[in-house]
Design a protein around this ligand. Structure first.
Ligand code: C2E
Ligand code: MG
Ligand code: MG
Ligand code: MG
Length: 287
């Protein structure tokens, strides 16, 4: 994705070389924040019956001075490993919260209703994390109801501390989404003991939705579970009109994927919000 000249990849044939590039990339990451090399893209989450914008997911990118655009799939796992995710995550959260407040001030009721931010296991287990979020809510003035924290099943199941953090975030009034649902250490008991508002059904299931496949059966089955538990289901990675139609028929109200929109720059989001006519045109083009 976005593959172009100079795109960083991990596919070094020799492990030593990889450890070496890891070390260098990690050293570079230390300076990425102060050098203003990180930025956020925002991918629309769409309401299927109407095509309306339901929210945006913030996705971090790194513009590396030599390697060009580095994907989070390449540097987030490394940052988790080194602990740098704490600082990166703090930057992402602050940036996303400020951004949605700015959009609210500029666009009022036309502003995106919600912004989702991905939070890693390591962040969730950092003892001060919920307090930090509480403090950011105060300093940015963001209505907590507008913020969704995306966590994976594995992150929440990992430790009691993570589950406790999720409960504190819920008490603060923000919402929790279980990301990549079905691919981690899935346990349905997680849906019993955790204050989950959104369940993001992983792309690997959505990929199979238009075929007679176990994936399609799971996609259908999750609708019954989420309805009964009053959790909103979001289909991730929707790439075709056929998938979107099939998901709508199955009862999905929310979806996200290249079929609707790619992750957008801040200025593309502004265009989407500022020009409702263009927005209709765009949406009819996109959906
Ligand atoms: P995710 O949270 O599951 O985000 C969805 C990923 O799927 C994004 O990749 C998005 O660009 C991609 N995607 C969306 N629609 C489609 C589609 O139709 N087809 C395909 N093939 N892909 C689609 P991205 O931006 O490369 O992020 C990858 C992962 O990196 C994210 O998965 C998330 O786990 C992590 N990540 C991204 N930003 C952050 C962040 O700020 N903090 C943390 N902790 N993790 C992040
Ligand atoms: Mg996510
Ligand atoms: Mg996801
Ligand atoms: Mg996913």
């Amino acid at each position: 994705k976005n593959a172009g000249g100079g795109r960083w990849t991990w596919f070094d044939p020799i492990m030593d070389a990889r450890a070496d590039t890891d070390a260098r990339l990690s050293a570079d990451l230390r300076q990425a924040i102060t050098r203003d090399e990180l930025f956020l893209l925002y991918q629309p989450i769409v309401e299927l019956p109407t095509g309306r914008l339901a929210g945006l997911e913030a996705l971090v990118r790194w513009r590396h001075p030599e390697h060009g655009l580095v994907s989070p799939a390449d540097f987030i796992p490394l940052a988790e490993h080194t602990g740098q995710i704490i600082e990166v995550g703090r930057w992402v959260l602050t940036q996303a919260m400020r951004q949605i407040v700015a959009w609210q001030q500029e666009f009022g009721p036309a502003a995106p209703a919600k912004v989702s931010v991905n939070v890693s296991a390591r962040q969730l287990n950092e003892p001060g994390f919920p307090d930090e979020v509480a403090e950011l809510l105060v300093t940015t003035g963001l209505d907590p109801a507008k913020l969704v924290i995306e966590v994976t099943e594995t992150a929440v199941l990992g430790t009691g501390a993570a589950l406790e953090a999720v409960r504190r975030l819920d008490e603060l009034g923000l919402q929790i989404a279980l990301d990549d649902f079905g691919t981690g250490q899935s346990s349905l008991s997680l849906l019993v003991g955790t204050p989950v508002s959104w369940l993001k059904v992983d792309k690997s299931f959505v990929d199979g939705v238009t075929t007679a496949s176990p994936q399609a059966v799971i996609v259908d089955g999750l609708i019954g579970i989420t309805r009964g538990l009053r959790i909103q289901a979001v289909a991730e990675g929707v790439e075709t009109a056929e998938q979107a139609e099939r998901l709508h028929q199955a009862g999905y109200r929310f979806a996200q994927g290249y079929h609707f929109a790619r992750p957008l720059t801040e200025s593309d989001v502004v265009l989407l919000l500022a020009h409702p006519r263009t927005r209709e045109t765009r949406q009819s083009q996109l959906i």
